[in-house]
Design a binder for this molecule. Structure first.
Ligand code: ATP
Length: 376
C-alpha cells in the first residue's frame, strides 16, 4: 500500500502564503497530476511529500504513517526532476545502479534489477553510454530508470519532460503512461501543461495561488469545471466566457450574451433553475465545440459573421463577434469558407456552463442529456 494523504497542509515562505489548507488523498497505485500556473505551489507541495521541504501546519501520511519527522531518505519515495541530474562520469548502467549499490545490494541483484528497468524503458542498448552521448529523451529515461529501480512506494515527478522538444514530449507521455500501468506505483506528477495532465492523470488536482481549486478525473474537470479558473485553465482553445442574462417564460427561454445583440434559444426551465441558485450576475462558459455552427438557418440558431478562421487540419477554429463579445467555435474543416461570411450558430445546452460572476463558482446547472453533440 502506498496511499499518500495531505491533510490541512499550510506553508509560508516568510510572508508569502504558498499552500493554503490543502487536503488531498492520493490512492494506492493512483496517478495524480498537480496542475496549475507557475508559482501556484505545485513544486512546494511535491517537495513537502518527498521530505525536501517542511510544512508549517498539517499532516502528511504515507501508508497511514505520519512522515513529517522522517528524513527524505527514509520515506521510500523516488523523485524525478525536470533537469536530468545524472552523474556525468558514470555510464547509464551505473547511474541506474547507483541507488541499489548505495543500499549494498548484491552484484547479481543489481544486474537483474538494472536490466529489468532498462528493458521496460527500452534503453538496454544505451547502458554503456555516458550521459553526454545520450539525447535529452534518453537521459530522462535513464533518470526515470534510476528512480524506478528501487521499486519505491511512490514516484514524485516534477515536470520530468518539460525540457524536451514537443515530439519527444509526446513520445515520453505515452512511455510514462505505459510505465505506470506496468509498475503500478503511486505517482504524483507536477506540470503546468494541461494536455500532459489530461493525458496522464487518473485524477488532476488543479491549484491556483496555493489553493486547490478542484480534484477530478480528466473528464470531470473538463466537463464539469468547479469554477471559472478551472474552466479557463483546462481545454484548448480556451472556453468562451461571456457575461449573460436570461429572459423569458414558457416552453423556451433566451440566453442573452454580451450587449444583448444575440439571444440564444434555451430550455424554458432555465430561469427557474437559476432563480434557485445564489448568484448576483451570470457568466456563461461554452467550449468551442459547444458552439454548433450551421451553413443554413436552422431552428434555434442566430446569424453570426466570421471574423477569423484558423484552419488546424482536423478542424477549424472560427471567431465570431456577437453582442460585443468574441465567440469561438470549433467547426468541421473548411465549413466556414471566408471571413465576413454569415453562418448560423446555437449553443449546445448540455455544454453550456453557468457561473456566478462574483465568486467565479459554478452554479452546477446541467442542462440536456450527455455531451455528445456534434457539428452539423
Ligand atoms: P513553477 O511551475 O514555476 O515551479 P510552482 O507552482 O511549482 O511553480 P512553487 O515552486 O511551489 O510553485 O512556488 C510557489 C511560491 O513559493 C512561489 O511564489 C515561489 O516564488 C515561492 N517559493 C518557492 N520556494 C521558495 C523558497 N525556497 N523561498 C522563498 N519562496 C519560495
Amino acid at each position: 500500500m502506498a496511499e499518500i494523504v495531505l491533510q490541512d497542509i499550510e506553508k509560508y515562505f516568510g510572508d508569502n502564503y504558498v499552500i493554503r489548507k490543502l487536503n488531498l488523498t492520493i490512492a494506492h497505485k493512483e496517478f495524480v497530476v498537480l496542475l496549475g500556473p507557475s508559482g501556484c505551489g505545485k513544486t512546494t507541495t511535491l517537495r513537502a511529500i518527498a521530505g525536501l521541504e517542511t510544512v508549517d501546519t498539517g499532516d502528511i501520511r504515507i501508508d497511514g504513517k505520519a512522515v513529517q519527522d522522517l528524513r527524505a531518505a527514509d520515506r521510500d519515495i523516488a523523485f524525478v526532476f525536470q533537469l536530468f541530474a545524472l552523474y556525468p562520469h558514470l555510464t547509464a548502467y551505473d547511474n541506474i545502479a547507483f541507488p541499489l549499490r548505495a543500499t549494498r545490494e548484491s552484484k547479481a541483484e543489481v544486474e537483474t534489477k538494472v536490466r529489468q528497468v532498462a528493458k521496460a524503458l527500452k534503453i538496454e542498448h544505451l547502458l554503456k553510454q555516458r550521459p553526454s552521448a545520450l539525447s535529452g529523451g534518453d537521459m530522462q529515461r535513464v533518470a526515470i530508470g534510476r528512480a524506478l529501480v528501487r521499486r519505491p512506494k511512490a514516484m514524485l515527478m516534477d515536470e520530468p519532460i518539460g525540457a524536451l522538444d514537443a515530439k519527444l514530449r509526446e513520445d515520453m507521455r505515452s512511455e510514462l503512461k505505459r510505465l505506470h500501468i506496468e509498475n503500478d506505483s503511486t505517482t504524483v506528477y507536477v506540470t503546468h501543461d494541461q494536455v500532459e495532465a489530461m493525458s496522464l492523470a487518473d485524477r488532476i488536482a488543479i491549484m491556483n495561488d496555493g489553493v486547490l481549486q478542484q480534484v477530478g478525473t480528466p473528464t470531470e474537470v473538463y466537463r464539469y469545471p468547479a469554477n471559472l479558473f478551472v474552466a479557463q485553465f483546462i481545454g484548448s482553445p480556451v472556453m468562451n466566457i461571456l457575461p449573460a442574462t436570461v429572459r423569458g417564460e414558457g416552453p423556451r427561454s433566451e440566453l442573452v450574451v454580451g450587449e444583448g445583440a444575440a439571444a440564444f434559444d434555451f430550455p424554458g426551465d432555465l430561469p427557474r433553475r437559476l432563480a434557485g441558485k445564489q448568484h448576483q450576475s451570470l457568466t456563461v462558459g461554452v467550449r468551442p465545440e459547444g458552439v454548433i455552427v450551421f451553413t443554413e438557418e436552422a431552428p434555434g440558431t442566430i446569424p453570426v459573421e466570421a471574423h477569423i478562421i484558423e484552419p488546424l487540419g482536423a478542424y477549424d477554429i472560427v471567431d465570431f463577434q456577437i453582442g460585443g463579445q468574441l465567440l469561438r467555435a470549433r467547426t468541421t474543416s473548411g465549413m466556414v469558407k471566408r471571413i465576413g461570411e454569415t453562418v448560423w450558430a446555437r449553443l449546445d445546452e448540455a455544454q453550456t456552463h453557468f457561473f456566478d460572476t462574483g465568486s467565479g463558482d459554478s452554479l452546477e446547472i446541467r442542462l440536456g442529456e450527455g455531451h455528445g453533440a456534434h457539428q452539423a
